[in-house]
Design a protein around this ligand. Structure first.
Ligand SMILES: NC(=O)c1ccc[n+]([C@@H]2O[C@H](COP(=O)([O-])OP(=O)(O)OC[C@H]3O[C@@H](n4cnc5c(N)ncnc54)[C@H](OP(=O)(O)O)[C@@H]3O)[C@@H](O)[C@H]2O)c1
Length: 236
């Protein structure tokens, strides 16, 4: 399905990553104005030429409040508002039991996966409330619902993100703002293929399929969905 995001201002954080690039490309193909921190690659360049999209890159560490504040202010001062926020920032740390995990590793997961989501939501929400319009998507994980062990910090951070989404969605539902997250299982990325060369890659969920779900959830067709954590597991 082709979505029309013409005149929509979309902020994608973590747009340099495997999933972030697919989401950014999907919004560009739907003619949105996209602000992202991704690195331009050839595929994105081609998409830009083929669409009416406006694409801008801003380097931001979304775990630092002053940088997040600056990012949001600069998008609003240039484009007037943010209609859609897709926060893709995140990372994985596993393979260690709770006893083996050190404090720095625990803090890294909480900061990268949970604090980042809090900070970017905190600074985007006030303008969405005054516009009485907004779509916010975060990226949790299947592990946020059920851990298989040896991933406590990651699992706890992604689980916390689901509760953050729930709480925030209740706080802003009267302002016509939808807040949801997806919970992917293993995504078919180059990094995962390198890390798990013998796994059955055909069972992994494709970035493009997740991008399609995100575009739907950020569209007005999905107005009745808020506070949801959507399972996006493919056939895994
Ligand atoms: N891959 C999977 O199998 C899987 C499964 C379930 C959920 N997820 C979640 O899906 C999301 C995307 O995963 P992915 O595989 O696409 O990961 P990825 O390729 O590693 O991309 C992660 C993105 O987050 C950005 N990032 C990390 N720390 C940041 C910070 N402090 N400030 C700003 N940006 C920061 C990275 O930017 P740089 O490139 O500049 O570092 C990159 O753009 C993550 O939230 C991940 O937890 C992934």
């Amino acid at each position: 399905m082709k979505y029309d995001y013409t005149n929509k201002i979309v902020l994608v954080t973590g747009g340099t990553g495997a999933l972030g690039r697919a989401i950014t490309a999907a919004f560009i193909a739907s003619d949105a104005k996209v602000v992202s921190s991704y690195v331009i690659d050839r595929e994105i360049e081609q998409l830009k030429k083929e669409s009416k999209a406006v694409v801008e890159l801003i380097k931001t560490d979304v775990t630092k409040e002053e940088e997040v504040e600056k990012l949001v202010l600069s998008v609003i001062s240039k484009y007037g508002r943010i209609d859609v926020l897709v926060n893709v920032v995140g990372g994985y740390l596993g393979g260690k039991s709770v006893s083996e995990l050190d404090e720095k590793e625990w803090n890294l997961m909480m900061t990268m996966n949970l604090k980042s989501a809090f900070l970017i939501s905190k600074h985007v929400i006030p303008q969405m409330v005054s516009s009485k319009y907004g779509k916010i998507m975060h990226v949790s994980s299947r592990t946020g619902l059920k851990s298989s062990g040896y991933d406590s910090a990651y699992a706890a951070s992604k689980s916390g993100l689901i509760r953050l989404v729930e709480s925030l969605s209740e706080e802003v539902k009267d302002s016509n703002i939808n807040v949801n997250c997806i919970m992917p299982s293993t995504i078919d990325t180059e990094a995962n293929r390198r890390a798990m060369p013998t796994a059955d890659h055909s069972k992994w969920v494709k970035p493009q399929d997740l991008a399609n779900v995100v575009l739907f959830l950020c569209s007005d067709e999905a107005n009745v969905i808020t506070g949801a954590a959507i399972p996006t597991y493919g056939v895994a």
